[in-house]
Design a protein around this ligand. Structure first.
Ligand code: UD1
Length: 364
């Protein structure tokens, strides 16, 4: 029997672990144990995703909550060390690039427990981005590295990671997108918000470089203020950004935009329905660059770089940074009918979790 601890902590982890948990439960020789660190704890950032994604209740909940990077990482480590001592798993599987990913990898490595990293090898080459540090740390410690796009293979090779550890398997987040598409189609969110398919834009914004910096945040809001004159904008807002709007005194500026609607964070199915029917998406998220590429929806990414270059090379994604005019010009291009057409990346076919779990069952 192979005992695997599957780690989740923050919102973008849940849709990645769901297909892996589901696939593992089909194997009689694998026992998955789901550990939730509690990095995200609000119902809208966590519980609702468990429901939508049909994830079982976590077997173990660490309840670490928010804090500075060091505080949060240290708390996860201390709690997770105890769990490893009790559970003695054969493998710790981590996904993505959040603090929970790096913290649990570090603990497992020190306790000589094998580590699998799903979504390995992505690099923005920007070490001011906390996730880049998490990606580097996790990959160097991992025994099995599962890669979503070819750039990941090149990055890991250049960093000297042995070839036999690395597997190009596609993308578990796209597994979830495909698996839950019929359910997402049934979401009533468009009716509830009085939206017509193809006649609105979606905004998501939460990177510290964008929302923890008043000047950058304002530049982005200035762009939204111009775009909303031509297209209604729906903005389900991350708690970090919500907090910063008040801290920077930007609430009035946001409320002045009559065609921009702030919403609480949405659940997975509602958000997928909203994305799928959008005219365009403005984001600084990593995962949404990929989801829009898969769905063929034009994506304007308000960042200077991306660790997911395939979405720009062959997908619908365009990087625009935080310059107001660049953002507006790109949105106008789409509204004038000149959106970039994209293709779906290799192996983003709904079967990544099957490949991953097969490799795990054969290599442990
Ligand atoms: C984290 C990840 C980021 C990911 C994002 C998705 C790291 C370093 N960052 O960023 O990669 O893209 O999640 O959402 O791991 N808060 C709440 N309720 C919650 C969680 C957070 O109100 O359930 C607020 C708190 O004020 C907290 C702040 O949001 O201080 C930031 O949360 P944190 O988990 O530190 O980082 P995120 O910005 O969510």
């Amino acid at each position: 029997m192979i005992k695997v601890i599957n780690v989740v902590g923050a919102r973008p982890n849940f849709m990645k672990i769901a297909p892996i948990q589901r696939e593992m439960s089909k194997y009689s020789n694998i026992k998955p144990v789901l550990v939730h660190t509690g990095q995200h704890y609000d119902k809208r950032m966590s519980k609702f995703f468990f429901n939508d994604l049909q994830l079982p209740e976590p077997d173990i909940y660490l309840g670490v909550g928010s804090g500075t990077h060091a505080e949060q990482t240290a708390k996860i480590m201390t709690h997770f060390e105890k769990i490893l001592n009790e559970e003695k798993p054969d493998l710790v599987l981590v996904v993505g690039d959040v603090n929970s990913t790096a913290a649990c990898s570090l603990v497992a490595a020190k306790m000589n427990t094998k580590i699998a990293h799903v979504e390995a090898g992505l690099r923005s080459f920007d070490r001011t981005m906390p996730e880049e540090i998490n990606r580097l740390v996790t990959d160097v410690l991992s025994d099995l590295l599962f890669v979503t796009e070819k750039s990941g293979l090149e990055n890991l090779k250049r960093e000297g990671i042995a070839d036999h550890k690395v597997h190009f398997v596609g993308h578990v987040m796209i597994d979830s997108l495909i698996y839950f598409k019929p359910k997402a189609d049934q979401s009533a969110i468009l009716g509830e918000l009085n939206l017509t398919p193809g006649e609105y834009g979606v905004i998501t914004l939460h990177r510290p470089s964008n929302v923890d910096n008043k000047q950058n945040f304002e530049k982005l809001l200035n762009a939204f203020a111009q775009i909303e004159q031509r297209l209604p904008l729906i903005f389900p807002i991350h708690p970090r950004s919500q907090k910063m709007i008040d801290q920077f005194g930007l609430r009035e500026k946001v409320e002045k935009m009559s065609n921009l609607r702030l919403l609480d964070p949405l659940g997975y199915l509602d958000f997928m329905k909203l994305l799928h029917n959008a005219k365009l998406v403005l984001t600084d998220s990593g995962g949404i660059q990929e989801e829009t590429t898969f769905l063929g929806i034009p994506c304007i990414t308000m960042r200077e770089n991306t660790e997911r270059p395939i979405t720009v090379e062959i997908g619908t994604n365009v990087l625009v940074g935080t310059d107001t005019q660049r953002i507006v010009l790109e949105a106008e291009k789409i509204l004038d009918g000149n959106a970039k057409k994209g293709q779906i990346p290799e192996l983003w076919d709904g079967h990544a979790a099957e490949r991953i779990v097969k490799i795990i069952s054969e290599s442990l």
